[in-house]
Write a protein that binds this ligand. Sequence first.
Ligand code: DAH
Length: 368
Amino acid sequence: MCPQGRAGSSPVSGTKKPALSGLIYFCEMMIDNIKKYLEEVKKFHSEKPEEIEAFRIKFAGKKGVLNQLFAEFKNVPPQEKPQYGQLLNQLKKEVNTKVKELKNKAGKTSSVSKDKTDLTKPGFPHPLGARHPVNIVKNRIIDIFRRIGFNVSEGPEIEDDWHNFTALNLPEHHPARDMQDTFFVQTNPDYLLRTHTSSVQIRYMEKHQPPIRTISPGRVYRNEDISARSHIQFHQVEGLYIDTNVSFADLKQTLLYFTREMFGKSQIRLRPSYFPFTEPSAEVDIYWGLETETDYRITKGTGWLEIMGAGMVDPNVLKNMNIDPDKYSGFAFGMGVERIAMLLYQIPDIRMLFENDIRFLEQFKHSL
Ligand code: DAH
């Protein structure tokens, strides 16, 4: 309480000023002020964030009411300090609770303040991924053949016997079936995991008549022991070209074009070989050179590297597909993508291509 004779309870009232000392009068005023402020705070209500903020600044801002009143504290007569201080603390508390309460409410209703995302902020950088080396090589092969008019065809990995073997001139019990150790579907051995993408060539010929120029990339499976050189799964790209007057010279020229583009090497040799679906058939070697120790190692000291099989499409295959072998001829070729990737990137073990070790894969970040 202020000293006796508070303004309101003074016996002397009306026009006459109360006979109070300046200090006490000042004290009365300040306390009344705080009470008025308390009323104002209690009554204040708004859901508009900008109004709430204005209210906060008025009371709790740097030059706000609270700070001003606290600054006056030193002028309050000592006996009044407890009451003044108590009221002032109450005001401060009320202001803070009110601001908090109103801000909470406004935050819940206003979608603007709920959404804390600042769309203008720069995003977090995502680590750059890398293409898998098998894909890099596959894409390069596709690109090279696209440039000379080949399109891309694809087919299923679970194949039937007809597309994988019989139609390709490999009838049942043909000994050449053993060349490709096959995974059969246990419940129905007429189905298998394709052993080569030559099956896609059959599917393509079922749907298209010559001229045909297509390459078939894809994953294939063979029941082999896994080692540094061989795996039960790998990728192939096979090519097929059928038209009138397609000759072995066309095959050779196409392969030469490919080896130039792919490896920058322009010397190839064709060694006679056997594939049931081509006649004549050949293994294609490129001259890699003997310049470095690695060249010696990978070519076994010969300088030559085998990179694919090829040949002229066997007339029996054309007949199977209702393409007249007297009118049309064609060539086909097939290569292993992993083998080429291992050569180009000097990868010593095929298993590295299937382990998905980030430390290995990251090295291909800057390859296209
Ligand atoms: N399909 C053969 C294999 O997987 C590769 C091959 C050889 C494909 C000669 C061809 C070809 O199209 O003409 O071993």
